[in-house]
Design a protein around this ligand. Sequence first.
Ligand code: BES
Ligand code: MN
Ligand code: ZN
Length: 494
Amino acid sequence: MQFQAKSFDAASHRSPLLVVGVFSNTTLTPGAHLIDQAGKGQLSKLLTREKFTGARGTSLMLHHSVGQTAERLLIIGLGPLEKSSIEPAAINAALNALQNVAKSATYKSLSIDLTGVSVSGQASSWLASHIAQTLTTGLWQFDQLKSQKSNKLNINKITVNTDGSAATIKKSLEQGQALADGMNYARELGNLPGNICTPSYLANQARAMGRGQSKLKVSVLTEKQMQAEGMGSLLSVSAGSDEPAKLIVMEYRGAAKSQAPNVLVGKGITFDTGGISLKPGAGMDEMKFDMCGAASVFGTMKTLLALQPKINVVAIVAAAENMPSGGATKPGDIVTSMSGQTIEVLNTDAEGRLVLCDALTYSKRFKPKTVIDIATLTGACVIALGSHAHGLYSNDQAFADRLLDAGIEAGDRAWQMPLWDEYQKQLDSNFADIANIGGREAGSITAACFLSRFTKDLCWAHLDIAGTAWKSGGAKGATGRPVPLLVQYLLNNK
Ligand code: BES
Ligand code: MN
Ligand code: ZN
C-alpha cells in the first residue's frame, strides 16, 4: 500500500472515493463543509433526510455528487466533540467502516480528508500515523496457505489530508506504516504452522532480514555451540525434538558502538506439545503461537530497519520445539543452566522459562542498558488479565513505568504485576537450586520469579503476552502485539 500526504480542497479533489467525517448532531468537519458549500447545501439536506447524525461507527456511502468532484463520497460518523476533540476509539470505529468499504472496492485509490479533526490526548501528527497503521494492519490478509486466495484488494494508494504540513504528515504516515509492517510480519510468523515455522525457519528469516542491511548483524548459534556455552536448560527443551534448537541474535547498530544496547529476548517455542507432561488435545493447535514473543521481536526489528533510528538494539530469540520422545526431558530431571544454577524440571510444559533463562544469561555479554523478555509464558496470565493487557514484571520500577507509558502511548497496554520476594519460595526444590514450577497459585507471578533468578544484575522486564499475542475462535490469528509497545519504548529512549 502506498500512502501519500497531500493537502487538498475536499470539494474539487479528484478521486474514485473521498472520505470525510461528520461529528455528532450533524456538525460538519471542514472538509464536509467545503463540499456542502460547493453543492449549495445538498449534503446537509441529504444527511437530514437519511437521519445521519454523525454517531460513532456509522457511515453513509454516496455514489453521486452532492458538490464534490470525487466519484464517490463516504461519510463517516466521528461521534461527539468533547472540548473540540474526539476520542481515539471514535477514529478506530470510523476507520473500521472505511476498511469494510475498501476491502470490496473495485477502484485503485481513495482519499481521506480529516482536517479539523483533533483527537484527545494526541498530537496532531498522531492521526496520520494512526490511519496508516490501522489500515495497513486492517487490510492485511493471511491467505498464503490457501489454494483459493481471498478477494484481492484493489486499493493500492491512499491519499491523506490531516492537519499539519505535508512534510510532517508524510513522516507520520511512514512511521505508522513501518509499525504496521512490523506487526504484520509478527502476525505472519505467528500464524505459520509448526511444520513450516520451525527454529531453523526462524533462523533463516533472521538471515534474510540481515541481507543487504549494513546496520543489522545476524548470527545463529547451533545446538553444539549452545552446548559449549553451557545452555543445558535451553537444550533440555529441544531434547525430545527432531528439530534442532537455534539461538538467533540480531544486532541493530544505529548509534555509536559505545552506546549500550537495549536487548529484546523472545520466547520462540515453535510448537509446544508440553513434552512428556503432554498437554490435552483440545485446542493444542494454538500452541503454534508459542513463538509469538519471538515474532514480536522479529516484527520490532523489521520496523527499526524501516525507520533507521539512531539507537542500538540487540534481539535474541530462543527457538526450540517442545516434543515428547525417547530422548525428551522427563519430570524430575535436573539440568544445569548457563548461569550455573541447577533446575529441577518438575513439569516439562513449563518450558518457556527454561529457554528464556539461558537466553537472558547470554544477553549479559552485550552489556545491555535494559533487557526485556517477551513470552507467551503462562495460561495463568490469561486468567489474570484476559486479552487486553500484557502482564508486566520488572526489577526496576522506573523502567517498568517507562514501559507502561509506552504501552499507553501506543494503544498497546501492559499492566504491572507483583514480583515480591514472598512468591519466590514456591520455587524451592528438594534436589536442585530451583524448581521450574511453583504450584497452582499465582502461576504467572512464579514464572516471572523464576526468570528473576537469572536477571539479578540486569535492568530487566518481562512481558507475559499469553493472553494478548493471538485471538482464538472465529478470528483466530496472531495480533502483532506487543510490537507497538516495544517500538514506542525504543523510540522514546533514543
Ligand atoms: N505456552 C504455554 C503457556 C500458554 C498456555 C499460553 C495457554 C497461552 C495459552 C506454556 O509453555 C505453558 O505450558 N505453561 C504452563 C506452565 C505450568 C506447567 C506451570 C501453563 O501455563 O499451564
Ligand atoms: Mn508449555
Ligand atoms: Zn510454552
